[in-house]
Design a binder for this molecule. Structure first.
Ligand code: CP
Ligand code: NVA
Length: 317
């Protein structure tokens, strides 16, 4: 069975720690130039949704590992004219060595993995964004560990996510946070509270839940070490824009809310940010904000995920 990265829980916490160790190494090694972990390999990067960070970091990252990244916008593939995902995956399997997919349904990334016979990486679905949540845990380790690189340094940290708690980022952060012993408070309106599918993800992985839900922003902010938010209107939800902005506005991360957190708290956001909506310009640009370190780390962590999968699959072959 080929190993893929479709859900945060596809790696055990010990395996995720191996990925982070590798990511620390890649970050330090970057000035040394192109590596050969993916020499001779072509990877397809398929996008059914827009992207800036994910596309740049995967395309640069696969090149830097010595591989050949092929960016494929879904509209350019026969899939947009009705070819099935199953047949597309089988065709990819005949030409390529790995696939990165950004799409709507989680089922599509699962189908790519099932029929291609290749390692597949989930680069965001409506359900999950595990490359981002792993990067966020790595960035927290970097920040709170102050050079130690030990994942234990984030255990017990109070992590507060505000806004749409039924979105891909909220779910992936609840899962990845629980893997590393982080206490994740998901805070948002009742109408956008996490659905049963999040508990199903925990239960099917046998992962202990370390997340809670509250609709009271003061409760979630109280003593928080990390303030995190994401756009209120995720890709694909544009028709609900007005309603979402109205319902979520009490959950904006602003100066008053951050003042309730710990003195050394930090602000994180997966980006793109909609300044003035989910976060104020003041918080986004404050000294507490580590959003651009977070964005840069996508490169190092995804290089580590891809090369970890390649090595693991070699050893299983
Ligand atoms: N955070 C993130 O995935 O950004 P993009 O949508 O720009 O890829
Ligand atoms: N929740 C957002 C994340 C963007 C990186 C979306 O799905 O659009």
């Amino acid at each position: 069975m080929v190993r893929s990265f479709l859900r945060d829980t596809d790696l055990t916490p010990a395996e995720a720690a191996e990925v982070f160790e590798l990511a620390h190494r890649y970050k330090k090694l970057r000035p040394a130039g192109v590596l050969d972990a993916l020499r001779g390999q072509s990877w397809g990067l398929v996008f059914f949704k827009k992207s800036t960070r994910t596309r740049l970091s995967f395309e640069a990252g696969i090149y830097e590992l010595g591989g050949h990244p092929m960016v494929l916008q879904a509209d350019d593939l026969q899939i947009s004219r009705g070819e099935t995902v199953e047949d597309t995956a089988k065709i990819f399997g005949r030409f390529l060595h790995g696939i990165v997919v950004r799409t709507f349904e989680q089922d599509m990334v699962d189908t790519f993995a099932k029929y291609s016979g290749l390692p597949v990486v989930n680069a965001l679905t409506d359900l999950l964004h595990p490359c981002q949540s792993y990067t966020d845990m790595f960035t927290m380790i970097e920040h709170f560990g102050k050079g130690s690189e030990d994942p234990e340094c984030i255990r017990g940290k109070k992590f507060a996510f505000f806004g749409d708690t039924a979105c891909n980022m909220a779910y992936s952060l609840a899962l990845a946070g629980s893997m590393f012993g982080v206490d994740v408070a998901l805070c948002g309106p009742e109408e956008f509270r996490p659905g049963r599918e999040l508990d199903v993800l925990f239960d099917s992985a046998g992962l202990e839940k370390r997340y809670s839900f509250t609709s009271d922003p003061r409760e979630a902010a109280d003593g928080a070490d990390v303030f995190y938010t994401d756009v209120w209107v995720s890709m694909g939800k544009e028709s609900e824009k007005a309603e979402r902005i109205k319902t979520m506005s009490p959950y904006q991360v602003n100066e008053k809310l951050v003042a309730l957190g710990s003195k050394d708290s930090i602000f994180m956001h997966c980006l793109p940010a909609h300044s003035g909506e989910e976060v104020t310009e003041g918080v986004l640009r404050s000294e507490k904000s580590i959003v651009f370190d977070q964005a840069e780390n996508r490169l190092h962590v995804q290089k580590a995920i891809v090369s970890w999968l390649v090595n693991k699959n070699r050893s299983l072959a």
